[in-house]
Design a protein around this ligand. Structure first.
Ligand code: ATP
Length: 200
């Protein structure tokens, strides 16, 4: 089984690349989705978060009030460290479980926005980093309804492009059309999947 990490800054096109890889047969494991699942209603993860941060962080329906939690940890580094200490091991365990289910010969792609930030850059067969110029990222995010100041705020809290580039074994530039992106993913597929490129 191939173990591939996929990362990129917000608005780089990482999810689009994940979809393209899934179409090529990769099994995509979404770290953000797992991070939501491990603190869903009724989970030990949610209990741990509420024990640490209080019931004020529960929404009316008993689920975690994510915007309130985000505000809290944004303003308090110790709170963020505590939250990470609860959530990261749960995400790690669940993603390892999902990875273990990928059949022999399969390609597992771990889609993880904060790979570099969380210090998990080693132990992969390949680290795919999607990159795009800042202006393009901002305009794509605007197209998705995210105001520019909020997008810039989130970027400021992520690792910089250079830091991500240093972690990459495969760089995918997303500075053109979706068709160009798909062609670049196709070109990278032999290395990602570990196939020897074949001549036609
Ligand atoms: P986030 O970190 O916010 O999840 P992301 O890096 O996963 O972002 P995507 O969701 O893949 O980025 O892309 C952001 C937006 O830009 C989406 O609406 C996507 O359809 C669009 N997009 C991505 N690549 C291109 C491209 N080459 N041409 C036009 N639109 C694109």
């Amino acid at each position: 089984m191939r173990r591939i990490a996929l990362t990129g800054g917000i608005g780089s096109g990482k999810s689009t690349v994940a979809d393209l890889l899934a179409r090529r047969g990769a099994i995509v494991i979404d770290a953000d989705q797992i991070a939501r699942e491990v603190v869903a209603v009724g989970t030990p993860g949610l209990t741990a978060v509420i024990n640490r941060f209080g019931r004020d962080l529960l929404a009316a329906d008993g689920s975690l009030d994510r915007p309130a939690l985000a505000r809290l940890v944004f303003a308090d580094r110790a709170a963020l460290a505590d939250l990470n200490a609860i959530v990261h091991p749960l995400v790690g365990a669940r993603s390892a479980e999902l990875m273990a289910r990928v059949p022999d010969g399969g390609v597992a792609v771990y889609d993880v926005p904060l790979l570099v930030e969380n210090g998990t850059v080693s132990g992969w067969d390949e680290v795919v980093v999607v990159q795009a110029p800042m202006a393009l990222r901002l305009s794509r995010l605007r197209g998705r309804g995210l105001p520019e100041d909020e997008a810039r705020n989130r970027m400021a809290r992520q690792a910089g492009d250079e830091q991500r580039r240093q972690a990459a074994t495969i760089l995918v530039d997303n500075d053109g059309t979706l068709e160009e992106l798909a062609a670049r993913v196709d070109a990278a597929w032999p290395q990602i999947s570990g196939e020897t490129p074949t001549s036609a």
